[in-house]
Design a binder for this molecule. Structure first.
Ligand code: GDD
Ligand code: MN
Length: 352
């Protein structure tokens, strides 16, 4: 025993994992020999009797506790309930279904002892990976990862912030309020936690041998909501500003042509410039108000690089036409690409 009441608390969230959890606990006990650890299983009244099964086990083995919750309340909140009870200096979270290899926990704990605040078992660092994922699941996972890195700043240094397998010291999250909806609690820890040193250790995400994944389509929705809240709706503000720019562009063009008799060809140049200035000011005082640094006019000049968006829109459109894609579909994809490019330009260059 080094620092706390226990060296390590292992939290295992379970919902219908009766066939897996016994074997996992056996493997845990085996791989954590020599440490003063406890196991906390958080069960949501699993219909398959996982809760009673672990309750029984806890009578035979000393350091297991079970939290019984009344019904399926979600993975993230299960983890937080477990954390509340944990007495360990370090707290590890691992899935019950044997997709996370318990052997990795030792290495993770060693990193905590080295002084890291959060240790992420990672699929996306050298030596890590996934076993038996379909192309579609890979694409969804990478897409989700891209969005997290695009929208949230603090998680950018971590290659697998969506991992469900990680370890941390309790003080990293003490006193912090979490949404705890959905699956991705680590992402919230990374965005809101008090920490300075994070490290990743590789692991291979195994395919499930028994039972079923509880991941449902609405978890995608939960994830998008979480991203929005954690990013304080920045991307929605950016879209709103963009739309206001369209109105400024069209409105000023109309005014110039009908009331000032400006030539149509030149009026457009002026109204484009007006819409760029409009968007810049709104983004500077609203969307990215927390990121203003350096000279206002220098940022304004840089922001003109947003012309990149329409250019990319057009290039993607032209390219897709070459491949025989329908022109409306091609343009829709072009618009999305142009938008992402513009957002990235603002996020990473204008308001770094
Ligand atoms: N108590 C409780 N309540 N446990 C739950 C709930 C719930 O509502 N939903 C899921 N679990 C438990 C499962 O029983 C399992 O032990 C673990 O949480 C993970 O659930 P899975 O349904 O197997 O998730 P997955 O395999 O699709 O995804 C996992 O791996 C990904 C990659 O590391 C999760 O850990 C993801 O968060 C992770 O990104
Ligand atoms: Mn799983």
């Amino acid at each position: 025993m080094l620092f706390g009441v226990k060296d390590l608390s292992i939290i295992i969230p379970t919902y219908n994992e009766r066939e897996n959890v016994g074997q996992l606990i056996e493997m845990l006990i085996d791989s954590l020999k020599g440490l003063n650890f406890e196991i906390i299983v958080v069960d949501d009244n699993s219909p398959d009797g996982t809760g009673e099964f672990v309750e029984q086990l806890s009578k035979e083995i000393g350091n297991i506790r079970v939290i019984h919750r009344p019904g399926k309340l979600g993975l993230s909140s299960a983890i937080l309930d477990g954390v509340n009870l944990a007495e360990g200096y370090a707290i590890g979270v691992i899935d019950a279904d044997l997709q996370h290899p318990p052997q990795t926990l030792r290495e993770m704990y060693a990193k905590i002892l080295e002084g890291y605040d959060i240790v992420v078992a990672s699929r996306y660092v050298e030596g890590g990976g996934v076993e038996g994922w379909s192309f579609i699941r890979r694409v969804i996972s990478k897409g989700a990862l891209f969005l997290a890195h695009l929208l949230l700043k603090r998680c950018r240094s971590v290659k697998d912030p969506l991992s469900g397998f990680f370890m941390f010291r309790k003080d990293v999250i003490e006193g912090v309020k979490f949404e705890a909806k959905g699956y991705k609690i680590l992402l919230e820890f990374l965005e809101k936690g008090r920490y300075s040193r994070v490290i990743e250790v590789p692991y291979v995400f195994k395919s499930r041998k028994a039972g079923k994944s509880k991941m449902r389509l609405n978890e995608i929705l939960n994830y998008v909501k979480l991203l929005m809240r954690l990013s304080e709706y920045r991307v929605l503000k950016f879209v709103t500003v963009g739309l206001s720019g369209v109105i400024v562009n069209l409105g000023s063009l109309w005014l110039l042509v009908t009331f000032y008799n400006f030539p149509e060809l030149y009026s457009a140049i002026l109204s484009i410039e007006l819409s760029i200035i409009n968007n810049f000011i709104l983004n500077d005082f609203w969307t990215f108000k927390d990121r203003r640094s350096g000279n206002f006019f220098y940022r304004l000049i840089k922001f003109h690089g947003s012309a990149l968006g329409p250019l990319i829109n057009y290039l993607v459109y032209a390219l897709l036409l070459l491949f025989g894609v329908n022109y409306l579909v091609a343009d829709a994809i072009g618009i999305v690409c142009g938008f992402v490019a513009n957002y990235m330009f603002s996020e990473f260059i204008v308001w770094r």
